[in-house]
Write a protein that binds this ligand. Structure first.
Ligand code: VG1
Ligand code: CO
Length: 543
């Protein structure tokens, strides 16, 4: 087999964001773009000679082509083994599990997650380290540095491999092991949850609907929910992964999963409904007539996790990203658990999980997970919910009401302003940053600011520091606003404004979210001048 060295030049902008490198698909398909980035990953980890890797993706357009290129490059680099999902498919949590289970030197996940897919949409490449988690900043910085100095990459000349059936094949000196993407993951789930009790719940007439959104969780959900747990055929919808996710955004939120939300709110609502995203790490949870806010979901799971066998021994601690509502903090305080606050992005949970300081982690962006892998995990959250409901016999709505009655309610919403002009978005935050120190004591929309700052994080495990992680305004009485720019978008800037208000007044636990947060929303615009700076009068997405 012929190995060739291709001369190349650094390509600008190959800086991994919140979760890997994401760009428009044509950018990734341009000559040398993918190859430069992959070679830079290899260079940043000291080459792949003699190493083993996991490889798979969410099935979006270019997933199959990119996987073949990466296999040829791994072979050229002398990799000992690449474990690749059948048809180059692996959900993000399944990839994380395989890396850990097989003790590989890391893995590459091809996904732009909840971003749309297709020839003119988005593609992404993410490197995960041997602990199974997204590369921490120290590694992504090294990858980025490598992209700036690259002069050549290595690749073997070979025909495409047939990845359509499990088995082993050789590519040069590299063993390519094609695995069923679902099997190991389904086994892991059965080790954590009481499948018998969930099976009995379903057999007893409990109805559920899971929307795979034409993305990677389809095969996983079919196997686990329908085949293993006995949900009737058709309980999993949009279950066949499509390269363009059926033309939508595989984003489990009330905008993009509208039909599922309408179903849950309508007369034919199932007892339980859920959806996941492109790569299977996010989740949306709904009950009859109710949408569970992701921050509340994390809190409910933390409060009830010990009902599932995998967590019966108790939690070591919990962690949430800074913009996530503080509902889980109240659970932790009540249970005497440590609660950590990290920057946005799952990579910041890795050290806490590895060090045994946290068992459950979550983000407001529909991400929840535990120490079973080092990624957030959509189906895991669904199964933990089902295990809890099966044990308590309560409905989703009853579970939430009981939770609010016990801990109070953190009303929460996020407003996203998408594809804003980058310079204007940055100017807005820069202006606000300059005024942060003067805000305490001032009132906006009738709310008095108690404290304002910019979040930075000192990792308690390795001492690394991450600065510039979001501007925070705390109000007297417990309300909070956070402003930050997204690190996963591919067009302009996305401004995220996170809004929160707390109450434990029993008469105020079931009010419309927008009503409770009306002042806080008005204050967010008054303080930052969102309209003036961005020219936008309303957010594009409210979650
Ligand atoms: C977003 C979310 C963040 C999440 C990240 C990756 O990042 O806010 O919580 O970890 O996406 O999730 P940002 O920088 O756009 O706010 V996924 O499912 O897109 O890998
Ligand atoms: Co995702």
């Amino acid at each position: 087999m012929q190995k060739i060295t291709v001369e190349t030049k650094p390509i600008e902008g190959q800086k991994p964001g919140t979760s890997g490198l994401r760009k428009k698909t044509p950018v990734f398909m341009a000559p040398h773009y993918l190859e430069n980035f992959v070679q830079s990953i290899f260079n940043a980890i000291g080459g792949v000679a003699g190493k083993s890797l996991v490889l798979g993706g969410d099935g979006r357009y270019f997933n199959d082509r990119a996987a073949q290129v990466i296999l040829r490059m791994a072979a050229a680099g002398g990799a000992a083994r690449v474990i690749v999902g059948q048809n180059a498919l692996l959900s993000t949590p399944a990839a994380s599990h395989l890396i850990r289970k097989r003790g590989t030197d890391g893995g590459i996940v091809l996904s732009a997650s909840h971003n749309p897919g297709g020839p003119d949409e988005d593609f992404g490449v993410k490197f995960n380290t041997p602990n199974g988690g997204p590369a921490p900043e120290e590694v992504t910085n090294r990858i980025f540095e490598a992209t700036k100095t690259i002069t050549s990459y290595e690749i073997v000349e070979a025909q495409d491999l047939d990845l359509s059936a499990p088995g082993e094949t050789m590519l040069g000196g590299t063993v390519v092991e094609i695995v069923d993407p679902v099997a190991d993951y389904a086994e892991l789930m059965q080790s954590l949850f009481d499948f018998d009790v969930i099976r009995r719940l379903i057999a007893g007439g409990f109805t559920l609907r899971f929307d795979a959104m034409h993305a990677v969780t389809g095969p996983y959900a079919r196997t686990i929910l329908e085949d293993l747990l006995g949900a009737p055929a058709g309980s999993v919808i949009n279950a066949v992964p499509q390269p363009d996710f059926g033309g939508g955004h595989p984003d489990p939120n009330p905008i993009w999963a509208r039909p599922l939300v309408d179903l849950a709110m309508g007369p034919d609502a199932p007892d339980f409904a859920a959806a996941s995203d492109g790569d299977g790490d996010r989740n949306m949870i709904l009950g009859r007539g109710i949408v569970v806010t992701p921050s509340d979901s994390l809190a409910v799971l933390a409060a009830n996790a010990t009902r599932a066998p995998g967590y019966a021994a108790g939690l070591k601690g919990v962690a949430r990203s800074m913009p996530t509502s503080r509902a889980v903090d109240r659970v932790a305080a009540a249970a005497g658990l440590d609660c950590y606050e990290t920057p946005t992005g799952w990579k910041f949970f890795g050290n806490l999980l590895d060090a045994g300081r946290a068992t459950l982690c979550g983000e407001e962006s529909a991400g929840t997970g535990s120490d079973h892998v080092r990624e957030k995990d959509g189906l895991w959250a669904v199964l933990l919910w089902l295990n809890i409901l099966a044990e308590t016999g309560l409905s989703v709505a009853e579970t939430l009401r009981a939770h609010w009655a016990a801990h109070g309610r953190n009303y929460y919403t996020r407003h996203d302003y998408e594809a804003v002009d980058k310079d204007r978005a940055k100017a807005m935050l820069e202006a606000l940053r300059g005024r942060l120190d003067s805000l305490a004591g001032q009132s906006f929309a009738g709310r008095k600011v108690e404290m304002a700052d910019e979040f930075s994080y000192d990792d308690p495990v390795d001492g690394s520091k991450s600065t510039g992680q979001g501007l925070r305004i705390h109000f007297e009485g417990g309300a909070r606003i956070v402003y930050r720019l997204s690190g996963t978008g591919t067009v302009g800037a996305t401004l995220r404004v996170y809004l929160e208000e707390y109450t434990d007044d029993p008469a105020r636990l079931e009010l419309p979210v927008e009503e409770v947060l009306a002042d806080v929303i008005a204050a967010a615009d008054e303080i930052a001048g969102i309209r003036d700076h961005t020219g936008r009068t309303a957010p594009d997405v409210r979650t």
